[in-house]
Design a protein around this ligand. Structure first.
Ligand code: HEC
Ligand code: HEC
Ligand code: HEC
Ligand code: HEC
Length: 368
């Protein structure tokens, strides 16, 4: 007769093989996403699909173009000056719906979240200064990154979803404190940023700032050369950011790659090229628009290293292949679709730190 300890051991083996085997029970759906012959298929467990989220309706019917512009009627309009007054008011109403949380005290509720109720032209609330730059940022995404966002485009709601600070954001991580346990050499601490693996924690800072290089590790020559030498840590960083891309879209690696050769573009799915444009868009958004606002945000809106919360793929996608299930939202807000002519540099806050000084120059170079 087997002893009790042997039985227990057998039971532990059975349970752990079920738990660690990563098998998910129940029917799956499969869908071809790559070119024919590349064998790129997504296998989806319908029980794990995240709901796309509701899109709030426009505040009222979009006013017909024409009439006086906001710049003519109001005193301190620096970005949306050429929009008609009626459309300006409509856009303000929508922004309020997208950004301002419910149940705030009266002095912060609704329009007062950004405005001094005595004088709407006043810029004393930091939220208004931030919002003005965010309007330019949204216009820049829609106009200059249409290779990624297509005609679907984005609005403030794509990121904010009714929150003052979007739900999925990142900042530079705390540096290693030198202790024996956890965060050794900037890794080995469980964090959502690296799918709770022991991968390097500075993944976003490494790949999602303006100065970051491409996420590439695979050698193109047999022997490493000085121009083509990657460390194990580079490979870990690359893997960590790829985990983020996959998780943010609710897909696996083969949504973009052919696993027989991760590097080869001609064997990848078309979505990988789209994702590449997405990476460039995220870098530009963080570097030119959000990071230079570091001096404008109060301390409670900054991370442990004093940098503002920034964007990654999850900020918009929220585990969907297309944000909000592909809802065509930007079409109802023409003021946010193209970069305003008058204002490309005017609204950069005077207090922008050194890294931000490049923003106006780059905007001018881009022809804005
Ligand atoms: C999330 C921040 C935010 C909220 C909320 C907000 N606004 Fe604004 N508002 C701005 C910004 C930014 C500007 C300046 C736009 C520009 O420079 O192009 C502005 C400018 C204005 C102006 C022009 C004032 C002037 O004389 O220069 C009016 C009027 C206005 N808003 C009305 C409203 C109303 C009404 C509401 C509420 C329904 C509202 N706003 C809610 C950010 C906000
Ligand atoms: C949404 C699309 C997408 C998903 C999902 C994705 N990748 Fe990538 N991958 C890319 C893009 C785009 C690049 C090129 C990045 C660049 O140029 O900065 C890349 C680059 C790579 C590279 C480097 C190739 C080279 O040239 O050195 C490897 C390796 C890689 N991915 C592995 C993975 C793994 C493993 C997964 C799953 C955990 C994954 N990827 C998921 C889009 C994706
Ligand atoms: C690409 C994503 C993205 C889009 C689009 C976006 N924002 Fe933001 N916004 C952010 C992030 C990230 C923060 C948080 C920065 C921080 O707190 O350090 C933020 C913060 C803000 C804040 C400060 C809120 C507070 O309480 O501190 C305001 C106001 C704001 N955004 C307005 C807007 C407006 C208005 C629009 C549309 C015209 C917009 N945003 C579009 C990403 C976005
Ligand atoms: C500012 C918001 C925003 C951010 C940030 C963003 N995306 Fe997107 N993405 C979109 C929108 C909007 C679409 C839908 C375009 C369309 O309708 O075809 C999209 C579509 C895609 C698609 C095509 C999906 C399909 O099935 O056709 C891929 C792949 C993708 N994004 C990857 C990424 C990756 C990877 C990142 C991070 C590096 C990223 N996106 C960051 C807004 C965003």
């Amino acid at each position: 007769m087997p002893s009790l300890s042997k039985l227990t051991a057998a039971a532990v083996l059975v349970v752990s093989s079920l738990a660690l085997g990563a098998c998910e029970l129940g029917p799956k759906q499969s869908q071809q996403t790559g070119y024919r012959g590349t064998g790129i298929v997504q296998i989806v467990d319908p029980g794990n699909v995240v709901a796309p989220g509701e899109v709030p309706p426009p505040p009222y019917e979009l006013p017909a173009p024409g009439g006086q512009t906001a710049g003519q009627v109001y005193q301190n309009v620096k970005v949306l000056a050429n929009v008609s007054q009626e459309e300006f008011d409509y856009t303000m109403a929508a922004i309020t719906q997208w950004i301002v949380p419910a149940n705030l005290p009266a002095e912060e509720a609704g329009c007062n979240y950004c405005h001094n109720a005595e004088n709407l032209a006043d810029d004393s609330k930091y939220t208004k200064v931030v919002a003005r730059r965010m309007i330019q940022m949204t216009q820049n995404i829609n106009q200059n990154y249409s290779d990624h966002v297509k005609q679907t485009g984005v609005t403030c709601y794509t990121c904010h979803r009714g929150n003052a600070v979007p739900e999925y954001v990142w900042t530079d991580p705390k540096p290693s404190d030198g202790r024996l346990m956890g965060n050794k050499r900037g890794q080995n601490t469980p964090s959502n940023a690296v799918a709770y693996a022991s991968l390097p924690l500075d993944t976003y800072a490494k790949y999602m700032r303006g100065n970051s290089g491409p996420a590439r590790v695979i050698s193109k020559t047999i022997h490493p050369t000085t121009a083509n030498r990657q460390s194990v840590k580079d490979a870990e960083g690359n893997y960590a950011i790829m985990m983020h891309l996959s998780q943010s879209l609710g897909v696996n690696c083969t949504y973009c790659h052919n696993s027989r050769s991760f590097a080869r573009w001609e064997q990848s799915s078309p979505q990988r090229a789209l994702a590449w444009y997405g990476l460039q868009m995220v870098k530009n958004t963080n570097e030119e628009y959000i990071h230079p606002l570091a001096n404008v945000f109060p301390a409670n809106r900054l991370g442990p290293q004093g940098d503002p919360y920034k964007t990654n793929c999850a900020t918009c996608h929220q585990m969907q292949r297309k944000p909000l299930g592909g809802a065509q939202m930007a079409k109802d807000y023409p003021a946010l679709r193209t970069v305003s002519a008058a204002a490309a540099t005017a609204a950069v806050p005077a207090a922008a730190p050194a890294t931000g000084a490049a923003a106006p120059a780059a905007a001018a170079a881009a022809g804005n």
